[in-house]
Design a protein around this ligand. Sequence first.
Ligand SMILES: Nc1ncnc2c1ncn2[C@@H]1O[C@H](COP(=O)(O)OP(=O)(O)OP(=O)(O)O)[C@@H](O)[C@H]1O
Length: 194
Amino acid sequence: MAPVPDSRPIVISGPSGVGKGTLYGRLFQNHPDTFTLSVSHTTRGPRPGETDGVHYHFVTKEAFETLKQADGFIENAKFGDNYYGTSKQTIEEQKAKGKVTVLDIEVEGVKQIQAQNYPARYVFIAPPSEEALEQRLRGRGTESEESIQKRLKQAKVELEYAKVPGIHEKIIVNDDLDKAYQELEEFVFAQPKA
Ligand SMILES: Nc1ncnc2c1ncn2[C@@H]1O[C@H](COP(=O)(O)OP(=O)(O)OP(=O)(O)O)[C@@H](O)[C@H]1O
């Protein structure tokens, strides 16, 4: 496969359970030397089996704050008591290796990256319907009822944001998985518009 003609990171967003992980997982499987998932910084401690630099860059609150003050993150957020962020350096390091970083983030992160005018390409993955999304979330079997309800509520926010014109370069409806994947692949390998 030819190298990707556009080295900007690919920001993938969309409601939980829509199939983001499934789609970019295929992209990594089919093009392991071209794409890589962004490794975030976090202040939470590693869980068993998690490796520093692979699953996360585990840092102290002080180190996180210092990097934030130095404008080192393209987006960052607090979940519970912990901070998470994507550092510019992480993306630059991958770019130096010839790899394109894929970011899987929420609406708030998308807004932060756009507010900074950081060069990136935005893809939104939409469900064929809200009912289909609920079915997938339930079918995945990973969430409690409370978590499903929370994700469905957040999904409405994400779907509303996707309607704002000029935010996403590409909106892919993940109905037929093969077709959705094909659309994603075509988009990532397309020549940048002049
Ligand atoms: N086109 C599709 N048709 C039917 N089921 C699908 C399709 N795409 C993905 N799925 C299924 O939907 C479920 C959710 O997919 P996945 O875990 O990739 O979602 P996600 O958007 O990455 O969610 P999260 O943001 O919570 O990580 C999985 O069980 C997956 O196999």
